[in-house]
Design a binder for this molecule. Sequence first.
Ligand code: KG4
Ligand code: ZN
Length: 337
Amino acid sequence: MRVLGIESSCDETGIAIYDTEKGLLADVLYSQIELHMEYGGVVPELASRDHVRKTLPLIQEALQLAGLKKADIDGVAYTAGPGLIGALLVGASIGRSLAWTWGIPAVAVHHMEGHLLAPMLEDDVPEFPFVALLVSGGHTMLVQVDGVGHYRLLGDTVDDAAGEAFDKTAKLLGLAYPGGPAISALAEQGNPDRFRFPRPMTNRPGLDFSFSGLKTFAVNTLAENGNDEQTKADIALAFEVAVVETMVIKCRRVLKQTGLKRLVLAGGVSANRRLRQQLAELVQGHGAQLYYPRPEFCTDNGAMIAYAGSVRLQAGQTEPLAIQAKARWSLAALHPV
Ligand code: KG4
Ligand code: ZN
């Protein structure tokens, strides 16, 4: 089965074609980063308008790259939430309508399920059950995954998501959007002994996260120490170390609590090198295994949507003609496959 995947939940138009026998046949991405950069973050209305412009030409490009015709596609998968509602409606409307005119089934994909299953696009695939740390611009979750659609939410953020904390702190330091890679790059010049940021919610039991206090800590540290370049680099490093260590502490806890030996890391923040390194050390000490997608499949992309959609389509799931998108959508509410 060949599935066309459409991702448009935020500031990336991602289109891919996944073949359930041959794997990924095409994967194209248009990032709107430059469009939003001057505003320091994503402007929802501009995002929707750009998805409208880019989606069909990118679908045409993906078909050409794969050497396929429209008639070779057996199903369409599109991100239906969570995300920016206008942006989601573009992908959902185009995806659902194409499937109708092509006479093939369509399936609505949960964006975070896409991230969660992205490691399945790699050679070394994690077997179920596993625990997943899902860290993106909008979410920070620890999930026990017993199968596709069998998700138990074990931990969540009580305020900002991990990526959001990176983005807000980067803005404060005068860095460009998106903040994650910018903070990591600046942190390389940082002095590790200058500042120590707190590790929020680690001194009490539980698997929830809170990152908004770290941003406030960065505001105060900057105010007290001046904003010369070295101070900014020292803050970037102390912030990154604190976020990463906090996530590592929670992952240690979740491995212990569940007794599971496989940890999956996914979502935009999973591209973070320090986080990958430290989690690799953690799992080693637990006789466990760490899985994560290649960097381009950590951030938003069409491949993960095409893959997740292919699993659901193969299980017989389809969408009715009424087009639906949801800005908020709980991962735990998904149908088991
Ligand atoms: O998954 P994603 O592309 O979009 C959402 O679903 O939100 O994640 C984007 C987030 C942004 O907040 C960005 O700053 C963060 O992922 N990010 C990183 C890195 N690369 C992207 N955060 C930390 N380190 C990185 N290398
Ligand atoms: Zn995402």
